[in-house]
Design a protein around this ligand. Sequence first.
Ligand code: SIN
Length: 280
Amino acid sequence: MSTITVTPIAGSLGAELRGVDLRTMDNHAWAQVHQAFLDHKVIAIRDQDLGAQDMMDVGARFGEPNHYPFVKGLDGFPFLFDVIKEPSEKRNFGGGWHSDTTYLKTPPMATLLYALETPPKGGDTLYCDMVAAYESLSERMKQLLGGLNGVFSAGLKNSGGRSLHHAQIGAMKVTAGETADTYEAVHPVVRTIEETGQKAIYCSKVHTTHFEGMTGDESHPLIEWLVAHATRPEFTCRVSWKPGTLTVWDNRRTMHNAINDYQGLRRHMRRLTSGPTVPA
Ligand code: SIN
């Protein structure tokens, strides 16, 4: 029976896991990995050696695969795609605090990101804990947010548009930026996590254009404040990647932000989202 070590990496969320081979794990090992995911929201599983099919198999433990609409998948693996930044490129993919594809009607519960090549310095990913951020609010603010729905768009309306953004990430097979505005969904700004009963703030500057029934001008100050609040240092953790690290994060209870601090260096990751859910 395998002994998996689970070591927290920050006070609020995030843990590092060692001592498991995800390709061969049995149900007992999976139960420990899953429990660590529920307990810590972000798990960085070190020293893996995953091919495309292995990654699909691990993703299936978390749920059905989700399709990402704006990047072409790998040949034979349409749900997997590579996140690459070449030394010559300036923009990165996944910068700015967000939860993944919240503009879909059924956004993914989990994202799996596997490091194939990492820069010798930089290229970490930040995460923040949307449950801790919610729990620290005043009761009156919780009530206010509990009555709000957010309108989520893929158009990156607050940061210049997806076509423009994607056009600057040349190494990736990006597609369909011009149809981004058609991807829109309405979700509650406070969602409840089925397994734990926890409540989490569900809102970002990257995707939430406004609150339903309110104008953008009326909504933006509160969206700005919620993101500033949720990303206070005590609600964050940071994953430093090494080739062979698979990090799985819970999109229902976290946001993430890929740090673009490795200009002139190459970073190559592989990404899969799993577990389509209706936020409620
Ligand atoms: C993403 O937002 O899915 C990418 C995060 C990263 O590359 O660190």
